[in-house]
Design a protein around this ligand. Sequence first.
Ligand code: PRP
Ligand code: URA
Length: 212
Amino acid sequence: MNNDLKIVVVDHPLLQHKMSLLREKQTPVAMFRKLIREISLLLCYEVTRDLPLTTYAIETPVAPMDAPTLAGKKVCFVSILRAGNGLLDGMIDLIPGARVGHVGLYRDAETLQAVEYYYKVPQDIGERLTIVVDPMLATANSAVAAVQRLKDGGAKNMKFLSLLAAPEGVRAFNKAHPDVPLYTGALDSHLNEHGYIVPGLGDAGDRIFGTK
Ligand code: PRP
Ligand code: URA
């Protein structure tokens, strides 16, 4: 039924196991943060699978060799505030030299439209693979607006990574930005009347930061 959707669902068993723990409504804040950090490592592994490599000459204790190393400029992660920061921390653990940008957006509770309040990204973002992170792709209004803002700011080579996605959001994002590949930990059933992902995990920002 969702065959028309262009999205990579990372279905590694460890990730799916941790996602279930994360979704449980009684999972406390400290555990939620720990799980999201662990999950972000697994997602980062998949979203960076095709990073280009080159080689350089090294000597092991046994012999010289041409050893693989990442080619080109360091990647840039862009976190959509504030819940994006929950994914960002684990990603930086895996790529400590990554550059980081922030786009501050919140979703208006009535209109579900994205409202921007902050924007700061590396000047040379156009020369870097840019991985935009936000745990929730619901209507995709936030993701579509953030990616458009980044394109207007010069970003050229982007991927978008979420923890959970709804089919409605994937369809909208594919239509708005067919050139930006989507990755997610799970593709859920649908959105409810408040624009929340079902079954989902609730409000990601509130669960990461304990604000409700
Ligand atoms: C959440 C989430 C996304 C957005 C997804 O953020 O982190 O940014 O909603 O919904 P959409 O796909 O319908 O746009 P929220 O607006 O709650 O802000 P927060 O991160 O500051 O909590
Ligand atoms: N934002 C969230 O945090 N959760 C949802 O289910 C939808 C949007």
